[in-house]
Design a protein around this ligand. Structure first.
Ligand code: RB5
Length: 156
């Protein structure tokens, strides 16, 4: 299974720690990109930047999990990076579609929205799927085409 880079802001430290422990218990290799704890007030876009940069530096081999209060700010920030397709999922069906319809490489969730057990279920659904060639492929390619047109840069 892929290495997962996980990050959160200080609204989601508790859920991040639960998800790290969960992934490790399942044998998933996890990299923690911060924040370091509830006293760390690093703004969520900078945490998203750290995680996305590690994904880009790995040649998109690594995937990411970003959590904040709602997941929304993390998804908005992550989607500013080239080759990143991030979505907020608070149910397992969306998690399945994020991978199979959108080739989503970053899963976002909100600690203030869902409970720990549901978050684990969503994460597990998404982690165990891989995007395969399907009628969704040209739609994902259209996202890449729009990215190119709008000059989104991969490098810092
Ligand atoms: C708290 O800063 C909150 O705004 C943040 O965690 C997130 O929910 C933003 O989308």
């Amino acid at each position: 299974m892929r290495t997962i880079v996980i990050g959160c802001d200080n609204a989601a430290v508790s859920l991040k720690n639960e998800l790290i422990a969960f992934m490790k218990s399942k044998g998933v290799k996890v990299e923690d990109a911060g924040c370091s704890g509830s006293e760390d007030s690093t703004y969520y876009p900078y945490i998203a930047e750290r995680v996305c940069q590690r994904i880009i530096d790995s040649g998109y081999e690594k995937h990411g999990v970003l959590i904040c209060g709602t997941g929304l700010g993390m998804a908005i920030s992550a989607n500013k990076f080239k080759g990143i397709r991030a979505g907020v999922c608070h149910d397992p069906y969306s998690a399945e579609r994020l991978k199979l319809s959108n080739n989503g490489n970053v899963l976002c969730m909100g600690e203030r929205v869902i409970g720990v057990e549901l978050a684990k279920k969503i994460l597990w659904e998404w982690l165990n799927l891989e995007f395969v060639d399907s009628p969704s492929t040209p739609k994902v390619e259209a996202i890449n085409e729009i990215e190119e047109k709008n000059h989104i840069c991969a490098a810092r």
